[in-house]
Design a protein around this ligand. Structure first.
Ligand code: ADE
Length: 244
């Protein structure tokens, strides 16, 4: 996969893309990531990227010309095609499902908005998708782009050491993840549940599944309603929650 990021703050991406799983995926050639400065496509003497909003009001708006020029030039840098995604609070909400969808593409172009917004013609005539990472306002699309990149890259074949881990995680099954334990078996008097030390793989799997179901029931009943439970599991959780 090739990912191109267009931003007026390219420095924001130094660090996050050079660590851990993303770093390894880049080194292995699983993903190529390029950061471009929109300002490089501004044509006036001061390399202006923003201007006052027509009709008045606070803040500045990102101008359309450098964004169109930058995006079109960057798109031509590779023959692979993919969505042009604007990170914006008015986009569709990002989720594991959207991450799965984007992980199938061979190319992503991510456009980071800023200030009070981006000229509406960019929304209307340039981008093919708009994504929000949640119902809160960030000062720009950069952190949102990093969230999207992280969630997508770890899904690419070969990005994780153990290919099972992406498949087993929270949200894949529609449930929250069971609580993990590692050594020591006792820490400050707090013991690891006995079942995990037993070596009975089937029993361990059953315990984990039930922990996932209970945690989801308590913390995210909205997810439980949609999760893939057997009728027996639904009956079990209903009984368990009614006990007190
Ligand atoms: N830009 C500002 N806020 C944002 C959000 N919540 N998601 C994506 N881009 C944004």
């Amino acid at each position: 996969m090739r990912i191109d990021i267009l931003t007026i703050f390219p420095g924001a991406f130094r660090g996050p893309l050079d660590e851990s799983i993303i770093k390894r995926a880049r080194e292995r050639g699983i993903v190529e990531i390029y950061v471009h400065n929109i300002r490089d496509w501004a044509t006036d003497k001061h390399r202006t990227v923003d201007d006052y909003p027509y009709g008045g009001g606070p803040g500045m708006v990102l101008k359309p010309e450098p964004i169109f020029a930058a995006t079109e030039a960057v798109a031509r840098m590779d023959e692979r095609r993919g969505p042009i995604i604007l990170l914006t609070p008015i986009g569709r909400t990002f989720s594991q499902e959207v991450a799965n969808e984007l992980a199938q593409k061979e190319r992503l172009i991510l456009l980071c908005g800023h200030y009070e917004g981006v000229d509406a013609r960019v929304h209307q005539h340039l981008v093919t998708d708009e994504i929000s990472i949640g119902d809160y306002i960030l000062s720009g699309g950069e952190l949102a782009a990093m969230v999207v990149i992280d969630a997508v890259v770890r899904l690419l074949p070969g990005a994780l050491g153990d290919p099972e881990s992406a498949r087993r995680e929270s949200f894949v099954e529609g449930l929250l993840e069971y609580p993990p334990y590692t050594r020591p078996a006792e820490f400050r008097g707090w013991k690891v549940p006995q079942i995990l030390l037993s070596g009975h793989h089937q029993e361990v799997a059953r315990w984990r599944r039930r922990q996932s179901i209970l945690l989801t029931a308590l913390r995210r009943p909205d997810l439980l309603a949609k999760a893939n439970l057997t009728p027996a599991e639904r009956a079990w959780v209903a009984r368990y929650l009614c006990q007190d």
